[in-house]
Structure formats: C-alpha cells, structure tokens
Design a protein around this ligand. Structure first.
Ligand code: NAI
Length: 214
C-alpha cells in the first residue's frame, strides 16, 4: 500500500470502523454496502467512501465491502495484525482498572507487567500479574521487548518515568497523566484525558439547550 500522509481525523475514525466491522463479522455478515454501514454507524456513506479512498477504496462499486477483508485491512492499518507488548506504570485505581480490562488481549496487546513505586503494592496480584517495583522496570522493558507503556501515575513523576522508558527502547506511550511528555519525535504519545470527553458532552448539552430555547 502506498505510504501517503493520512489525516489524523481519518485515523481517528478507523478504530470505530474496526469495532463495527468486528461486530458484523462476529454476526456472520459477509458483505455490506457503504449505505448499510452508514446507517449502522450514523456516518454519511460519502464520508465512509472518502475515508476508505485514502487506503485505495477497499470495495467494488455496487458490490459492497467484504466485511472480513475490510476488518483485516483496517486492522493492519492500525497495526493490530501484530502483537504489542505492553506494561502499565502505576498500579493505582486507573492502572488496575486498565489491567483488568480483558479486551486488550483480543486486539493483540499483550499485558506483560505492572509497576509501581509503592512497596505496599509489590507482589500484589492484578490480573494474575504481580506488581513489580520500579527498580526492575528498565531491565524489564529491554529484556521483554516492551513497545508500549501505559502511564497511570501522577503528573509529577510522569516526565521522568517517560524519559527512562524512552532510554530503554519504548516505542509508544499511552499517557493518562495530566502532563505533556517531552519525548523525541520518534516516540509516539497518545494523551488520554477522560475529562476532555466529558467537557465535549457538557458543551453539546449546552449547545442543544441554547438552540432549542431560541
Ligand atoms: P492512584 O493514586 O490510585 O494511583 C497512582 C499510582 O501511581 C499509585 O499506586 C502510586 O503509588 C503510583 N506512583 C506514583 N508515583 C510513581 C512513580 N514515580 N513510579 C511508579 N508508580 C508511581 O491514582 P489513579 O486514580 O489511578 O490516577 C493515576 C493518575 O492518572 C493520576 O495522576 C490522575 O490524575 C490520572 N488520571 C487521569 C485520567 C485521565 O483521563 N487522563 C483519569 C483518571 C486519573
């Protein structure tokens, strides 16, 4: 496939396509038109065609998309045809909740370990994995070829921990700490702030109320 620059907006929509196609596949549906997909996903058929055209189209005119093929191709684009070794740093509320989220492994994310700097947590089992001390983290990342680290630690220590991760070969950081990490550009960072989503919700509530009161 041609390696052209795809907009982040398109990339941002791919996981949702992937999720819906996975459900269709599980239901045994083999083929779907862009109109049918549009109806299920509440996205216009033209948006779907435009998005898919970025990757060569995936379908045939008047014939629809082959669900399994499309699911696999989008999975490949998202890097989900390979497995990714993942660790969690910070075994508190959020780290534990993420560790217990089973779906990761279905998508090829292999949960390899969870680390914390609180001795009271060392050895505690979270999803069959003992919490390890931070002192073991750097060697563990190198020896287990960890590509992704999930940061669920306070912002005060996130920058320093990220630096250590980078020095030991991490490729991507899923950052839940409320701080911007200063990492080299070859390291991919995805910042997740659940409250952003909540603020979008409040914005939409207010917008809807304003539009309907005027
Ligand atoms: P928590 O206090 O339950 O857990 C934090 C854990 O990090 C603790 O177990 C603590 O011992 C550990 N820790 C602290 N410094 C460390 C270090 N240098 N190395 C290793 N482990 C360290 O907090 P919770 O609720 O799990 O939240 C974790 C972080 O995520 C907080 O900073 C919070 O603000 C943030 N957060 C972000 C959200 C988001 O949407 N981005 C949502 C909820 C929390």
């Amino acid at each position: 496939m041609e390696n052209k620059e795809i907009s982040q907006a398109v990339i941002g929509r791919l996981p949702r396509y992937f999720r819906y196609l996975g459900e269709l596949k599980d239901e045994g549906i083999e083929r779907i038109s862009s109109q049918e997909l549009s109806d299920i996903m509440q996205v216009t058929a033209s948006q779907i065609r435009q998005d898919f055209n970025n990757f060569g189209g995936f379908g045939q005119q008047g014939y629809g998309y082959k669900v399994e093929y499309l699911y696999e191709e989008i999975g490949k684009i998202l890097g989900l045809d390979k497995t990714h070794n993942l660790i969690i740093i910070g075994a508190g509320n959020l780290g534990q909740a993420l560790a217990n989220y089973m779906n990761f492994e279905r998508r090829g994310f292999i949960f390899k370990g969870i680390f914390d700097n609180n001795p009271a947590l060392f050895g505690r089992k979270i999803k069959d994995m003992e919490v390890k001390p931070m002192g073991e983290m750097e060697a563990f990342v190198r020896e287990n070829e960890i590509d992704i680290a999930v940061l669920t630690i306070p912002k005060t220590s996130a920058v320093e921990v990220a630096e250590k991760l980078v020095q030991n070969g991490i490729k991507g950081i899923w950052n839940f700490a409320h701080v911007d990490l200063n990492v080299p550009k070859e390291i991919q960072v995805e910042n997740v702030h659940l409250s952003d989503s909540l603020m979008k919700l409040t914005y939409n509530i207010i917008r809807f109320e304003n539009e309907n009161n005027n």
